[in-house]
Design a binder for this molecule. Sequence first.
Ligand SMILES: [Zn+2]
Ligand SMILES: [Zn+2]
Length: 112
Amino acid sequence: MSNPESLTTHCLCGDTSLTVVPKSLEIGACHCSTCRKWSGGAFLAIESVRVSATGDNVRHYDASEWAERVFCQQCGATPLLKIKRRSRPLCACWTVCPAAGYGVVSSNFYQQ
Ligand SMILES: [Zn+2]
Ligand SMILES: [Zn+2]
């Protein structure tokens, strides 16, 4: 699959701007307990080549030794999961919607 171009979107309240360059069009679902508590269910995400999150309410939560989670303090949107030993952040699939051709292709369990 070819890489989609850079996509820009916002969180629920609009304060957090996200620009994502997806690595591929494949969505992975992580259903570990941390993702479920954080996002309300399985965290549906795509791997990105590059991502930026800007805005006055962007917050970084150091969730564990291996992961940092990025969210909007104002509306609670949960756009990014950064796995510290990986260079490519995982972006919530809503950050690249409504791009066509996305489908869940893997189910993961990053942390128990
Ligand atoms: Zn927000
Ligand atoms: Zn998880």
